[in-house]
Design a protein. Sequence first.
Length: 265
Amino acid sequence: MRSDVDDAKVSLRVELAGRTDVGMVRRSNQDAFAVVESLGLAVVCDGMGGPAGGDVASRLALESFLEVVRQEIEASRSADSGRAARALCRAAAAANRAVRARAGYDTRFRGMGTTLVAARLDGSELAVVNVGDSRAYLARGGEIRQLTVDHSYVGEQMRKGLMTEDEAERSPYAAAITRAIGIEDDVQPDFYTEPVEAGDVLLLCSDGLTRHMRDEEIAKVLWDAKATVEKICERLIATANAHGGTDNVTCAVMRLGVAGAPLRG
């Protein structure tokens, strides 16, 4: 999908695609995603709380997030720099309330939750919101950089210098997250802004991808100049599955170009 996103200073064309896969081990897919070309928006959620609870949490969070972010963007058409921050953070809070409310009146889903990572192109700036260990990456000039911080036990241990990357991968607590949508009454999302330019590629993904692919492997796939964004998603998922596919795998890719000029692929 392709769309032009404009402000008074710059016009960038955004090409978006997303894919999800159950993986090679799990029986159900608890991930959910959306890409909305008219808003330059991508969202990925990774549910938890059992086969039923995880699926419900991720889809409910996604639906609530999309509803509120659309309302916020429509209500704030001014060009102030805080519009994307308000929209994404209020939408994350709404997603949290929706999951908490469902778990509150339906005991089957007590304790369910989900990660959430979302990004929106706003002029020449990318706004990113994150809760949990699903990630956002920015690829530029053949290199890749993680924009988000993992809200996970092993992530915290690595940041404190108490665990190496290899130790984190082998840890029995590798899947333990410290922050999620739906777990507490109030959610504390991280919010980031990043200046972007034509040629940049953004990846949002669940940890089913990053468990099986190192950053440098992901970068090689993102920088295939001949591949469409749809094909990039398919190759990322196929690689994760070929390396074991122990979890559901979801990715959303956003590639930027100059408005009016053809994109690669």
